[in-house]
Design a protein around this ligand. Structure first.
Ligand code: AMP
Ligand code: MG
Length: 362
């Protein structure tokens, strides 16, 4: 078994995100067509792709990531017509959603067609589909001539990669190549909605706020507690939600408020916990916001602000790279602040809770 992070992929193509070199795209596509696995940027995070119906290639994706085989992959399309190849009984709303959100960070779960191998869907009768809003991803899918199955290009359980460097750190030469187009736009994964139930169910909050999707659907989307990053009982029924996720190597402790956030109480608790762990000789990291950063600077801790508490886009975007920065500084304990659970705040709280080993309510 290869060591984590060993080596580099045989091919690294540096490309312009808006106008990638067609030769790089062609080369990457031909590796995919011959059964290889290639990492590529999307507007959310980097993905690790295989052509969806080449089963051996799909298996390589699971192996490279050390991903459990029952955690299904999202299929990426470059045209709406590919949806009818992958799914059956497509409800009318899919057209509305696609018109408004594709290309973009919305993944739609539908009944799968017989063409989709069971390895892709973890044995489920449903398939997850999206059209990414990134020129490199779209051109790669077009050149490959088929939908591409692609989970995030990180080792299973680690924070998703927002740069090619993160992909190389995690997957090294376990993959055949990587298209490097710099940092991704959102830095957090797509929103996943299951349209096979009524009302539609949120399986994973992501970079498209649920409220925006509800406006188009004209109905409330059901938000199960696991989609908020809470609850143990539901874990077994929602694919991909039963494992600890998005985690740094350090132990992350999330300080939350019981109702509306009382930031004074949160800061006081984080200071108390920091002092305690520093006293034990631990290296402490504090994940905070611009509004609270100054409150921690007297402590001998690594302090990272994710941005203003009013700017969820920035907070979501900086979350994964910041968790990786703490790891590179060999921090033992990360103490994190909460945000309000609305819009992208729901996504941020889901990721923080799933990355955490402990939650403390103040
Ligand atoms: P990743 O591509 O690593 O961001 O993970 C893809 C996620 O999409 C999975 O963990 C599931 O939450 C969701 N997903 C993918 N395919 C399906 C499916 N067939 N049914 C339900 N959820 C899915
Ligand atoms: Mg993932």
């Amino acid at each position: 078994m290869k060591k984590e992070g060993s080596g580099v992929p045989a091919k690294i193509w540096k490309v312009d995100p808006s106008d990638p070199d067609p030769r790089a795209i062609e080369e990457a596509a031909s590796i995919l067509k011959s059964g290889g696995v290639v990492a590529f940027p999307t507007e959310t995070v980097y993905g690790l792709g295989a052509i969806y119906n080449l089963v051996e290639a799909v298996k390589k994706v699971f192996q490279a990531k050390k991903r459990p085989m029952d955690n299904p992959l999202i299929l990426h399309v470059s045209s709406f017509s590919q949806v009818s190849e992958l799914a059956v009984d497509i409800p009318l709303e899919v057209h509305e959603l696609a018109k408004r959100f594709w290309p973009g960070p919305l993944t739609i779960v539908l009944p799968k067609s017989a063409r989709v191998p069971r390895e892709v869907t973890g044995g489920l009768g449903k398939v997850a589909i999206r059209m990414p809003a990134h020129n490199v991803a779209l051109k790669l899918i077009e050149a490959a001539g088929a939908p591409i199955a692609a989970p995030s290009a990180n080792l299973s359980g680690r924070p998703s990669p927002t740069t090619a460097q993160h992909v190389i750190e995690d997957l090294g030469d376990a993959i055949d190549g990587i298209l490097d187009a710099g940092e991704t736009l959102y830095g957090v994964e797509s929103t996943v909605i299951d349209l096979t139930s009524r009302p539609p169910v949120l399986l994973r909050p992501g970079s498209m706020p649920v409220e925006e999707i509800e406006k188009v659907l004209g109905v409330k989307i059901f938000i199960p507690s696991f989609a908020r990053g809470l609850g143990e009982a539901e874990k077994a029924v929602a694919p991909g939600t039963k494992y600890r996720h998005y985690s740094p190597r350090a132990t992350l402790i999330l300080v939350e408020s019981r109702d509306t956030i009382n930031i004074e109480k949160v800061v006081a608790k984080i200071r108390e916990l920091a002092t305690y762990h520093l006293g034990l000789g631990k290296k402490v990291g504090i994940l905070c916001t611009d509004e609270t950063r100054d409150r921690y600077l007297d402590l001998p801790a690594e302090v990272i602000s994710l941005g203003s508490r009013r700017d969820f886009f920035q907070i979501a975007k900086r979350l994964y790279p910041s968790l990786r920065t703490f790891d590179s500084k060999n921090v033992d304990i990360i103490l994190a602040e909460p945000v309000e659970e609305r819009g992208l705040g729901l996504t941020i709280m889901n990721r923080l809770r799933k990355a955490s080993s402990q939650r403390i309510l103040v």
